[in-house]
Design a protein around this ligand. Structure first.
Ligand code: FAD
Length: 390
C-alpha cells in the first residue's frame, strides 16, 4: 500500500481551510499552519455566487449555505443625492438559471463551517500560532521554518496565506502589490439599531460620482452589512485593513442623501474597517518545486466582481480532485495549475476592467456599467468545479 502524501497548507482563511478539507477528503495527510493564535470571528459580508455553491457541494458542505446564508431579496439602485430609484433589481434567479442560489454570508460563519468540517476529519491537523517565515521547496519535498525556528518537512505544500503571502514571496521573489486607486469601508450594524425606513428596500446600492455603497442583510437581518467604496489617489495607512473613524466615512459620503448617512452613522466603531484595495499582477505560474499557491496568495483581485473567496473555494475543490486523481505531487500540482490559471486570470482581468466603469462621474453611466458588469459576472456562474476537466 502506498503511504498517503503529507501536505502543508499555509494559512487558515477561507482558501486554506477549504484546501485542507479537499485534501483530507482526497486521503492526504494535512498539516495546516495559521499564524494567528486562534481562529476567530473576522470579516464582514461575502457574496457567494452559484459557482462557489457548487465547489462547496463538492467539498461536502452543500447544506451549509442554506443554514448560514441569505438569498438576496429584490433591491434597487438609487441616486446618491435624490435617493430616486434608478433601477429595480429583481429577485435573484440564480437557482433557476445556474442550479444554485446566490447567498450573502458572514465570512466568519463560512469560515467556522469550514473549520468544523476540517476538524471533523482530523482535529489534529489545525495548528494556530504558527507563522511561516521560510519555505525551502526542493524537487522531492518541502521544509518550512516557523517564526520560532521550528522546521517542518512534508512531501508538498500549498501557500494559502492571502494577499500579503509570505509563501509567494519565498517562491517567486518579492513583487509589489498594486494600489487600485480605491478605498473600501466595510461595516456591520446590528439590525436592532436600525429603524425599518432606513432598510427599505433591504438590498440597496447607491451610486454617486466616483463612489458607491452597497448594503444587504446578513444572519436573517440580525446584521446590516455595507461596503462603501471611494476613489483615492494614494493609500497612506500602515496596513491594508485598518480601523476607521466614523467621521472619515461620513465626510467621504457627506453629499449622499440623508437615509444613507443616518444608516452609516449607526455603525459601531469596533465594526468599521477600511481597506486599501490592492491587487497583484497575474503570475504565469504558481508552482515552484514541490510548492504551489491558492486563493489570494495566487491571484489577489480587486473586489469589484466579488469573486476573491469564491475563486479560492473553486481552487480548493480542483486541488482536491487533482490529489484524488494522482498520488504524484508534481503531477497533481501541474493538473491543478493548468485547470485554474486561465479561469482566475480571466476573473482578475474582468474585475480590474470594471473598476473605472463603476466609478464614473455620472450615476447614469455607473448604472449602465453595473448592468453590463453583472451580465458579464454571470458568465462565471456556470462553472462547476466538480465536473470541469482536471
Ligand atoms: P485570507 O482570507 O487573507 O487568509 C489568509 C490566512 O493566512 C489568514 O488567516 C492569515 O492569518 C494567514 N497567514 C498569512 N501569512 C501567514 C504566514 N506567514 N504563516 C501562517 N499563516 C499566515 N470575495 C468574495 O468571494 N465575495 C465578496 O463579496 C467579496 N467582497 C470583498 C469586499 C472587500 C472590500 C474586500 C477587500 C475583499 C472581498 N472579497 C470578496 C475577497 C475575499 O475577502 C478574499 O479574496 C478571500 O477572503 C481570500 O481568502 P484567502 O484564504 O486566500 O486569504
Amino acid at each position: 500500500m502506498t503511504r498517503s502524501a503529507h501536505v502543508i497548507v499555509v494559512g487558515g482563511g477561507i482558501g486554506g481551510l477549504a484546501a485542507a478539507l479537499g485534501l483530507l477528503r482526497a486521503g492526504q495527510r494535512v498539516t495546516l499552519l495559521e499564524q494567528v493564535a486562534s481562529l476567530g470571528e473576522v470579516g464582514a459580508g461575502l457574496s457567494i455566487t452559484p459557482n462557489a455553491g457548487k465547489a462547496l457541494d463538492f467539498l461536502g458542505l452543500g447544506d451549509v449555505l442554506g443554514r448560514i446564508g441569505n438569498t438576496p431579496p429584490a433591491g434597487q439602485i438609487r441616486h446618491f443625492q435624490t435617493g430616486a430609484t434608478l433601477v429595480n433589481l429583481p429577485q435573484d434567479q440564480s437557482r433557476e438559471k445556474y442550479g444554485k442560489p446566490l447567498y450573502h454570508v458572514h465570512r466568519a460563519d463560512l469560515h467556522a463551517a469550514l473549520a468544523a468540517a476540517v476538524a471533523a476529519l482530523d482535529a489534529g491537523c489545525l495548528h494556530t500560532g504558527c507563522e511561516v517565515r521560510h519555505v525551502d521547496s526542493r524537487a522531492d519535498g518541502v521544509r518550512v521554518t516557523l517564526a520560532d525556528g521550528t522546521a517542518i518537512d512534508a512531501d508538498w505544500l500549498v501557500g494559502a496565506d492571502g494577499i500579503h503571502s509570505r509563501v509567494r514571496a519565498e517562491l517567486m521573489g518579492p513583487d509589489r502589490p498594486n494600489f487600485t486607486g480605491y478605498v473600501a469601508w466595510r461595516g456591520l450594524i446590528p439590525g436592532e439599531l436600525v429603524e425599518p425606513a432606513l432598510l427599505d428596500p433591504p438590498l440597496c446600492m447607491t451610486v454617486g460620482p466616483r463612489r458607491m455603497l452597497m448594503r444587504y442583510p446578513l444572519r436573517r437581518g440580525a446584521l446590516v452589512n455595507f461596503v462603501a467604496i471611494a476613489r483615492r489617489t494614494a493609500w497612506m495607512e500602515e496596513g491594508w485593513s485598518v480601523r476607521s473613524e466614523r467621521h472619515e466615512l461620513l465626510d467621504e459620503f457627506a453629499d449622499f442623501e440623508s437615509h444613507t448617512l443616518r444608516l452609516l452613522a449607526l455603525t459601531p466603531v469596533d465594526r468599521l474597517f477600511k481597506w486599501g484595495l490592492f491587487d497583484r499582477d497575474p503570475l504565469p505560474g504558481w508552482t515552484r518545486g514541490r510548492a504551489t499557491l491558492l486563493g489570494d496568495a495566487a491571484h489577489a483581485m480587486p473586489p469589484f466582481t466579488g469573486q476573491g473567496a469564491v475563486m479560492a473555494l473553486e481552487d480548493a475543490a480542483i486541488l482536491g480532485r487533482a490529489a484524488a486523481a494522482t498520488p504524484d505531487p508534481d503531477e497533481l500540482m501541474q493538473r491543478y495549475e493548468a485547470a485554474r490559471l486561465p479561469r482566475v486570470t480571466a476573473a482578475l482581468v474582468m474585475s480590474r476592467a470594471r473598476s473605472e466603469l463603476y466609478f464614473a462621474d455620472d450615476p447614469l453611466q455607473q448604472v449602465r456599467a453595473l448592468g453590463a458588469g453583472m451580465a458579464e459576472l454571470r458568465t462565471l456562474y456556470d462553472y462547476d468545479a466538480a465536473t470541469v476537466p482536471v
